[in-house]
Design a protein around this ligand. Sequence first.
Ligand SMILES: NC(=O)c1ccc[n+]([C@@H]2O[C@H](COP(=O)([O-])OP(=O)(O)OC[C@H]3O[C@@H](n4cnc5c(N)ncnc54)[C@H](OP(=O)(O)O)[C@@H]3O)[C@@H](O)[C@H]2O)c1
Length: 309
Amino acid sequence: MKKLSLPQTDLTVSNLILGLMRITELSDEEIRALFAAAREVGIDFFDHADVYGGKPHYCEQRFGDAIRLSPSEREEVVIQTKTGIRPGYFDFSKEHILESVDASLAALRTDYLDVLLLHRPDALVEPEEVAAAFDELESAGKVRRFGVSNHTPGQIELLKKYVRQPLPFNQVQLSITHAPLIAAGVASNMQGLDQSISRDNGLLDYSRLNDMTLQAWSPFQKQFFNGVFLGDREEYPELNDAIDELAAKYEVTPTAIAVAWITRHPADFQVVLGTTKPERVREAAAGSDLPLTREEWYRLFTAAGYLVP
Ligand SMILES: NC(=O)c1ccc[n+]([C@@H]2O[C@H](COP(=O)([O-])OP(=O)(O)OC[C@H]3O[C@@H](n4cnc5c(N)ncnc54)[C@H](OP(=O)(O)O)[C@@H]3O)[C@@H](O)[C@H]2O)c1
């Protein structure tokens, strides 16, 4: 498992993260097996959100109840959660951030969060309130590091004008088939081409210039929660041919190739896995440090439908 020394932090952690968004239906035993598989392959970073599970803090609670970490085990892992999504709206008010973190700590059965992310940009954000909430959480020892998710460079700059703590993380959607983050830059300034439109105001370059680590969510999803591209030969025949060929060449599974397409990028992404299957965690781990060649990386990109002009 490749480890990354994350800029702007004291953390050296795995470049794969286990996401716990989909554990609602698992038994405690299955949650423990999933966690154990992640730890065995070297994953030490776990991603939650207050909103996962259909009711507030439900996935956090299922995890906390199933995985009773001893103090020494707790220190060996990074637990990240998110706040800011409420049913039907977003809420970055100080009051909500504080109450949400308290409920996350209780559900996760821990005294501190290693990382807290603001989940999706709140149109009504008042950055002074966010700053006040972060100060209170930091000085109480409840949260050690802060970051954002799905934020644009301008939204981050606005927060940075008020927030005193570094913002080293931004969690964003990225897979081979959902890659506007990367694809717009490859086809910059081309009239009439949808790919050329920047949907995030240059987030990738901004993140690299400002030492922010991007965490890629939904690494196997076709688009927005509409199923996986792996094995979907009807919609992605060329891509699956290319993936299968590379999987055979490197003696790994297609899952590892999908991970490797992201980890190969020099921006040093972390990849947030959403699988609920221990076996898939093990398969994905083989993509943590698999150096696809430049030609192979671009072949997957074009086979997914992107243009290399
Ligand atoms: N910040 C945000 O806004 C945001 C949004 C969404 C998610 N996230 C985070 O990102 C994590 C990952 O998101 P995600 O779950 O959408 O990502 P994902 O890993 O792309 O998708 C996981 C889903 O795909 C299935 N799957 C994976 N490989 C498969 C294969 N080869 N064949 C068939 N099915 C396969 C899994 O089924 P099995 O369980 O059967 O393997 C699971 O249902 C979440 O857990 C969460 O922590 C963050």
